[in-house]
Design a protein around this ligand. Structure first.
Ligand SMILES: Cc1cc2nc3c(=O)[nH]c(=O)nc-3n(C[C@H](O)[C@H](O)[C@H](O)COP(=O)(O)OP(=O)(O)OC[C@H]3O[C@@H](n4cnc5c(N)ncnc54)[C@H](O)[C@@H]3O)c2cc1C
Length: 291
């Protein structure tokens, strides 16, 4: 559910938004290749050559990668059943205002989980952070550790993971009602009632296709673009042009990235859409340079 995209005061589902975008793109004359996965790419003679999973290939002078992020799942049964019905992936900024007077559970120990906990604490009556490790300081910035410890309505359960989800019976519409928590040290389990669980255990950008190219990816495999490619004002080794990379351009001229897949992106629909539009104008500039 996308709650806060401009122009949709009642929210809209990701699937509906994507389908509306598809219809609009077709109306404007774009060709869409559906149900097709890009698996590998290489750059040759100022062109990108993409191999698709079905064995077909595509060649282009310029490209925009907008393949997003695959959010990590808990890996327990029934996750799909409760998704959006009490179980959410990500920091849930949009859901927080609906959590007033509720007990919210957050899985994760990184900064995004820590920020989510502090955000929910402003709305929920109680926030419980579920952490696999034995301390927060290894994975969380010190300022967040201090804020979490100081907050009265926040508690942290260490050495714990969610081993099962529970909810309404098969005949009623599924809604999350409880969790089984497993202690990783002694294997003991206990059941806990819960109606809202936010899973903030990170994600993996879909950039495997770029693995064997000279495109620069960061330590988490996001595509690095524009000013983030510069070191002391200099583009990376191998950058062949006199000008510096455009704002959304990767380390290969004419190859752009937009949205969640980009290093430092905001992870919001509005910013992904805006970057997509910007990237198209950079493609035109690039093609003017290389006509
Ligand atoms: C549960 C949830 C709730 C959210 N709520 C909000 C919200 O309320 N407001 C908000 O602004 N944002 C929200 N977001 C974030 C928002 O969905 C993303 O920021 C946005 O969708 C990013 O757009 P994108 O185009 O970069 O990537 P995506 O929307 O992730 O699109 C990437 C597309 O590329 C496809 N793809 C991936 N790899 C390949 C490949 N190799 N070949 C071909 N295709 C490929 C994927 O299948 C997908 O269709 C939410 C995200 C989640 C997970």
């Amino acid at each position: 559910m996308i709650e806060n995209y401009l122009g949709f005061p009642d929210g809209t589902s990701g699937a509906d938004l994507a389908d509306r975008a598809r219809q609009q793109a077709v109306k404007f004359g774009a060709e869409l290749v559906m149900m097709s996965e890009g698996v590998k790419a290489h750059f040759d003679n100022d062109h990108i050559h993409v191999r698709l999973a079905d064995g077909e290939s595509l060649t282009a002078k310029s490209n925009i990668c907008a393949t997003g992020v695959e959010y990590r799942r808990l890996g327990v049964a029934d996750e799909a059943r409760y998704l959006g019905r009490g179980l959410f992936y990500g920091a849930g900024a949009a859901e927080a205002p609906y959590c007033s007077n509720e007990h919210v559970f957050v899985v994760g120990a990184g900064n995004s989980a820590g920020q989510a906990v502090m955000h929910f604490a402003n709305y929920a009556s109680r926030v419980t952070m579920l952490v696999r490790g034995s301390q927060l300081s290894a994975t969380l910035s010190q300022y967040l550790v201090e804020r979490i410890e100081a907050r009265d309505n926040v508690d942290v359960i260490y050495d714990t993971e969610v081993s099962a989800l529970h909810g309404a019976s098969a005949h009623q519409s599924p809604v999350l009602q409880g969790l089984t928590l497993c202690n990783r040290k002694d294997g003991s389990e206990h059941r806990q009632s819960a109606s809202r669980l936010f899973v903030c255990i990170g994600g993996e950008p879909n950039t495997d296709w770029a693995m064997d190219t000279s495109i620069v990816r960061d330590a988490s495999n996001y595509l690095v673009t524009g000013p983030d490619l510069l070191t002391h004002g200099q583009p990376p080794a191998g950058w062949p042009l006199k000008r510096q990379p455009f704002y959304l351009e990767t380390s290969v001229p004419g190859s752009f990235a937009a949205g969640d897949v980009r290093h430092g992106s905001i992870k919001r629909v509005a910013s992904a859409v805006g970057e997509g539009a910007m990237a198209v104008s950079f493609v035109h500039r690039y093609l003017q340079e290389h006509h």
